[in-house]
Write a protein that binds this ligand. Structure first.
Ligand code: SF4
Length: 445
């Protein structure tokens, strides 16, 4: 009997990349491959990469060098680099990293079997052609997250915003939306399999757009349709762009109990001058107006954000405007980074990366310290409240406790009693840390 070939997948970067790895897993399973858990058991290793910051790429480079030892033990193993770094560096990566056998961009995964054949014949293989239509709509992803409760559904690909600092439009190509019927079918299938939460993914979900029988379907109407799959299926989405988060979308969120009250709205900077240089297409005032609209239509909505410290020409005053905006909004959570110049972006071509390293670090630290404080305050405000929590599994620290999330996407830990994964339970919050709420199930709620 022929031995089943094994594939090991390692994923870096954003949720979109994790979702893409599930598509790759599905395509490879169709080719007869089995997914394995260890790189040294594999016949094929795929590293799905991220290019968002220089240190994300350096991490992948280090990992590729480590994989040399796997190749030494098993010279037949084939190593492929997928994702944004493959798209950005193309042939150059094949030349610079001798362990790599194939380079495959995010729109070329259907070509993986043919590329592997080429590699098996002893050649190097590459496909980094970007598509204007590929959405992988017909492929049922293999769920790599073993929780069985939460899953991602990719609803669109690419981005055309060309923010000055971002490589995504170059690595993931033009924006294109996926047929809503295939999204709804995927959500129904997940619910039937026991999943209770889906996250609709796209680089900029608010610009989702599809035409069906002469009718336009925007993101708000798509969200509504998926929410109607079942009231017990929770919905989240990421990521939203502040320039097009509409009142219509916010009203839809407010109307449906199962659309979670948590919005990730990357602000990047609190200074309108910097936002203009970043080509974000909104001002500080616009952003604050959208926050006011969120509070109006979804009163208990949590808001998280992304912040970049030390973008080109950022002054002390600009930085203070970021600090004051963070205070004014009172973000529940934030991803915070120092500006990292990326090749070929508008900022790299037209602006000077002129904020000294130590100033960037000091500003970032100030931002992090403030966010810690804001997250803690937000959690302290929840003490005494009761939330509906979807249980995702055991708490990391003790099997006697369960862990789940409330609608606001906060982690809640509470005693296990007789509850199980996938249950919805009301939990009264009795304490907190910066990152976690602690409580007790409230069966009478
Ligand atoms: S919206 Fe801007 S930051 Fe986000 S992926 Fe598109 S270009 Fe990058």
């Amino acid at each position: 009997m022929e031995e089943v070939k094994k594939i090991y997948l390692e994923t870096y970067g954003c949720q979109m990349n994790f979702s893409d790895s599930e598509i790759v897993a599905s395509l490879m399973q169709d080719e007869g491959y089995e997914i394995c858990e260890k790189s040294d058991e594999a016949d094929v290793i795929f590293v799905n990469t991220c290019s968002i910051r220089d240190n994300a790429e350096q991490r992948v480079r280090r990992r590729l060098r480590e994989l040399k030892s796997v190749k030494k033990k098993n010279p037949f193993v084939k190593i492929g680099v997928l994702g944004c770094m493959a798209e950005r560096l193309k042939q150059q990566l094949l030349e610079e990293e001798e362990t790599v056998d194939m380079i495959v961009g995010p729109d070329a995964y259907r070509d993986l079997p043919a590329l592997l054949d080429k590699v098996e014949d002893g050649q190097k293989a590459i496909n980094v052609i970007l598509s204007t239509s590929e959405t992988y709509a017909d492929i049922t992803p293999v769920r790599l997250d073993k929780s069985g409760i939460t899953a991602f559904i990719s609803i669109m690909r690419g981005c055309e915003n060309f923010c000055a600092y971002c490589v995504v439009p170059f690595t993931r190509g033009k924006e294109r939306s996926r047929d809503p019927q295939t999204i709804i079918s995927e959500a129904k299938a997940l619910f039937a399999d026991g999943y209770r939460e889906v996250t609709l993914l796209g680089q900029n979900v608010n610009s989702y757009s599809w035409e069906e029988n002469g009718r336009k379907i925007n993101f708000a109407s798509l969200l509504e349709r998926v929410a109607e799959v079942d009231p017990l299926l929770r919905l989240r989405f990421a990521t939203s762009h502040p320039k097009d988060i509409s009142d219509e979308l916010l009203k839809t969120i407010g109307k449906h109990h199962n659309i979670c009250n948590a919005i990730h709205l990357p602000v990047q900077s609190g200074s309108s001058n910097i936002l203009k240089l970043m080509k974000r297409n909104y001002t500080r005032e616009w952003y604050l107006d959208r926050i006011a609209a969120i509070k109006k239509y979804v009163p208990d909505c949590a808001v998280s954000t992304d912040v970049i410290a030390g973008f080109c020409s950022e002054t002390k005053q600009d930085h203070q405007e970021t600090i004051s905006l963070m205070r004014e909004v009172g973000f529940d959570y934030a991803f915070m980074f120092k500006y990292s110049e990326r090749p070929d972006t508008l900022a790299q071509k037209k602006l000077e990366d002129d904020v000294p390293k130590d100033v960037k670090s000091a500003r970032l630290q100030e931002i992090i310290d403030l966010q810690q404080q804001l997250s803690h305050e937000s959690n302290k405000n929840d003490i005494g409240k009761t939330f509906e929590v979807l249980i995702e599994g055991s708490s990391k620290k003790s099997k006697e406790f369960l862990m789940g999330r409330n609608s606001q996407n906060k982690v809640v830990v509470f005693p296990k009693e007789s509850y199980a994964k996938g249950d919805y339970v009301h939990v009264k919050i009795t304490g907190c840390t910066t990152a976690t709420l602690m409580g007790e199930a409230d069966p009478l709620f």
